[in-house]
Design a protein around this ligand. Structure first.
Ligand code: PLP
Length: 397
């Protein structure tokens, strides 16, 4: 019997364990002090009314002979795929319903999609990175090469034609940096992927946070992207579905490599290994994409955007370099006083009672940087901002 030894080469996920360990030690030492958590990647606003009502109604239906639903259509119910298709149409991105596969969220699809690709492929990953991309590929034993995000490129690394790649990960707006690619930048990536005969795995989990007109919501807004890109998206951050679980993956019909079409391959994979998302949840997701639903989720998105603005103002006033916040719930700041990201973690906790996420946990290029999340409560974010402003000015102003 042989186990998958790639698991022993995984880097241990110290980031959140170490954060929890340090926070617990601080709380024990200062039981009287309140901690404000700006490290969270989870949403905090409740589900919008129309999603809740749709779930209630669907649950009622499920309890009747006429309205009961057993196994659903393999790619997801037509009512949800139609709603997703209509959303793409608004962005002038033509997507056929047979290209849309409803899933239980982006994280599982990001891992499962790799089953379509041989392990003998080179994977290109921008650093800093959502660590899941790296771990998924290390588990399979693929070779990973990195492109570097830094202050000079505003944490939006561009393709390097001298680097050979078969699979390319892009995440825009990005976790952890909050940076979002413009249309022109994505055009360069599509051009590069086509020249390399590579496939882009485009993670659009944060698309609804985009406010800048020249940042596409979908890679398919770029000409030629359908011949080289798979898009993975989620209702988690768009509509607070982190605990409800619903997402979708778009695999274009024209995406073909080595005379094999990836759409029927993915359909075959899904019909064999996946049995769909609950009817009740798909009804809630479709409700979110109605006109009324979009208005309701926008209120939550505005709430998070406002938190981001409050934090951005502090960094701006303190003269600290940062990116993100505008098209994202994340702000990515340079640590003041040339501190490492863990040194700044300790400083922020000790001086302001704030917990954030050290950039080093997202890759080598994250060292010296720090992620603040706008997913928290507005009052707490205000309090955190005031504390930060005062201490940053005092120590580094
Ligand atoms: N992609 C990115 C970039 C994320 O930050 C996350 C969650 O934090 C996910 C995907 C996972 O999303 P889901 O909840 O749909 O699995």
């Amino acid at each position: 019997m042989k186990l998958n030894h790639n698991y022993s080469s995984l880097t241990a996920n110290y980031l959140f364990t170490e954060v929890a360990h340090k926070v617990n030690a601080y709380v024990e030492k200062h039981p009287e002090k309140e901690i404000i958590r700006l490290g969270i990647g989870d949403v905090t606003q409740p589900l919008v009314k129309c999603a809740v009502e749709a779930m209630q109604q669907a649950s009622q239906e499920m309890g009747t002979r006429e309205g009961f639903h057993g196994y659903g259509p393999e790619q997801g119910y037509a009512f949800l795929r139609q709603a997703i298709q209509a959303r793409y149409a608004q962005w002038n991105a033509a997507v056929d319903q047979t290209e849309i596969f409803v899933s239980d969220g982006a994280k599982s699809d990001l891992a499962n999609i790799l089953g379509l690709f041989d392990v003998d492929n080179i994977v290109l990953v921008p650093d800093p990175v959502y660590p899941v991309y790296v771990d998924d590929n290390q588990m399979d034993g693929r070779k990973i090469v990195y492109v570097h995000g830094n202050r000079e490129n505003s944490f939006l690394p561009m393709p390097d034609p001298t680097i050979q790649a078969d699979i390319i990960y892009l995440c825009s707006p990005n976790n952890p940096t909050g940076a979002a690619y413009t249309k022109r930048q994505l055009e360069s990536w599509v051009e590069y992927a086509r020249a390399q005969d590579a496939v882009i795995l485009y993670d659009a989990a944060y698309e609804s946070f985009i406010t800048q007109a020249d940042c596409p919501h979908s890679i398919y807004e770029i000409d030629g992207a359908k011949e080289c890109a798979i898009e993975i998206c989620s209702f988690s951050k768009i509509a607070g579905f982190t605990g409800t679980r619903c997402g979708y993956t778009v695999v274009p019909l024209c995406l073909e490599r080595q005379r094999m079409r990836l759409n029927p391959m993915w359909r075959r994979r899904q019909t064999t290994k996946f049995n769909g998302v609950a009817y009740v949840v798909q009804r809630a997701a479709a409700a979110v994409l109605t006109q009324q639903g979009l208005v309701q989720i926008q209120k939550n998105l505005d709430y998070y955007h406002n938190n981001a603005r409050v934090l951005a103002d502090v960094l701006h006033r303190a003269g600290i370099w940062y990116c993100g916040g505008e098209n994202s719930p994340y702000l990515w700041m340079q640590c003041p006083g040339q501190m490492t990201s863990w040194q700044f973690f300790d400083w922020l906790l000790e001086n302001c009672g704030i917990v954030g996420t050290p950039g080093a946990g997202f890759g080598a290029c994250g060292e010296g940087y720090f992620r603040l999340s706008a997913f928290g409560n507005a009052e707490q974010t205000e309090i955190a901002a005031q504390a930060m402003q005062q201490k940053l000015m005092e120590c580094f102003g």
